[in-house]
Design a protein around this ligand. Structure first.
Ligand code: AHG
Ligand code: MN
Ligand code: MN
Length: 344
């Protein structure tokens, strides 16, 4: 069998044999992939299927829900509650923790997900994605509380995303590197196309919503200004800029060709702690980026070590090639030391 012909499930079985990993995790990752295929299918017919546009409802974050946010959320719930290996689920689109209905067996895994990321792009037919994070509890809990699901990202046992772009891809890590699969429509299966993705250490591209520049903190303003200054500036070289407004597409790009993605805390979003959500956006993406040899920081801490205090908590996000993330961290340290008067 050539490597490109290996299906996702064959890959998981092979990984399980070599790593002696848990069969329940394989079951869950298979269910998640099935959900992603179903979401991909719902997206495919777009306006023809009357799935575009907004609903009149808002989610817990006060964002207007798109029809497809709700459709994708239902798909994840229905496909994954059935797996028999979950204790609970947490979704961007649900205010509270989702308990597994009593007709299904329960297990010791928790699935945290953003069913549709970048949904502002839906109506203009630009790439969107789904993001997921998996926690393993010590045992099957008698009851689910906030403490059950509020675990730091370092405890994730798997994370991944599906990218619904020109092709549908699933990118996964179970802690043994990052692997990418492409949906083969002819057999309805994901097939391994990108084994062991390693991102370049250096970057020549950055991604940030520059319309927020006036609200940024000085370290972010300096980082971007220095990149924009190009070969005559302090960086001495030229940088390119990209912004898709779809974190999955953005992270996919930096995983494959390096770069840095920032959604920092700023004057406008600081009361909420940032824009992106820790449990089902920042943590899984930081896990993937670290597994690919990059780094994930809030500017002041490693994302994966942030202790969550609420399910929909937001956090500043800086993901990318290690040298760029280290530089941005250093700019934050210098700024903070100046602010408290320790350095001039
Ligand atoms: P979601 O669609 O799940 O709410 O997430 C959208 C996020 C993320 O995908 C993207 O990076 C960012 O919001 C875009 O923010 P702007 O609207 O500021 O560009
Ligand atoms: Mn999102
Ligand atoms: Mn979303």
């Amino acid at each position: 069998m050539t490597e490109t012909s290996m299906t996702y499930i064959q890959f998981l079985l092979d990984e399980r044999r070599r790593e002696d990993s848990d069969r329940d995790l394989l079951t869950l990752l298979h269910s998640v992939a099935t959900a992603c295929k179903a979401v991909s299918n719902s997206l495919k017919n777009g306006a023809l299927a009357d799935v575009l546009g907004s609903l009149e409802t808002e989610n817990i974050q006060g964002e207007t829900q798109k029809k497809l946010d709700v459709i994708a959320n239902d798909i994840f719930l229905r496909r994954c509650e059935f797996s028999g290996v979950l204790a609970a689920m947490v979704s961007e689109e649900m205010d509270e923790i989702y308990d597994i209905p009593s007709q299904f067996p329960k297990g010791r895994y928790v699935l945290l997900f953003d069913p549709l990321d970048g949904s502002s792009n839906i109506d203009i037919n630009v790439s969107v994605g789904s993001i997921f994070s998996v926690l393993r509890l010590p045992g099957i809990p008698d009851e689910i509380t906030y403490e059950t699901v509020l675990r730091p990202g370092v405890e994730q046992v798997a994370a991944g995303y599906a990218l619904y772009g020109p092709s549908t891809m699933l990118v996964l890590s179970t802690g043994n590197g990052v692997h990418g699969f492409t949906l083969d429509g002819s057999i309805g299966e994901f097939r391994l196309t990108h084994r062991n993705i390693v991102m370049p250490e250096n970057a020549a591209e950055f991604a940030i919503n520059a319309s927020r520049a006036n609200w940024w903190e000085p370290p972010v303003q300096k980082y971007v200004a220095d990149c924009v200054a190009g070969e005559h500036g302090p960086r001495g070289r030229y940088f390119n800029m990209r912004w898709i407004a779809s974190m999955v597409a953005e992270v996919h790009r930096i995983l494959l060709r390096g770069g840095v993605f920032l959604y920092p805390i700023d004057e406008e979003n600081c009361a909420s702690g940032g824009k992106l959500r820790l449990l089902y956006e920042a943590n899984p993406m930081a896990f993937l980026v670290e597994q690919a040899g990059g780094a994930g920081s809030t500017g002041r801490a490693r994302i994966l070590e942030v202790a969550p205090v609420s399910p929909h908590q937001r956090v500043p996000v800086i993901l990318g090639s290690t040298n760029e993330v280290d530089l941005i961290d250093r700019l934050h340290v210098e700024y903070d030391l100046k602010t408290v008067g320790i350095i001039a």
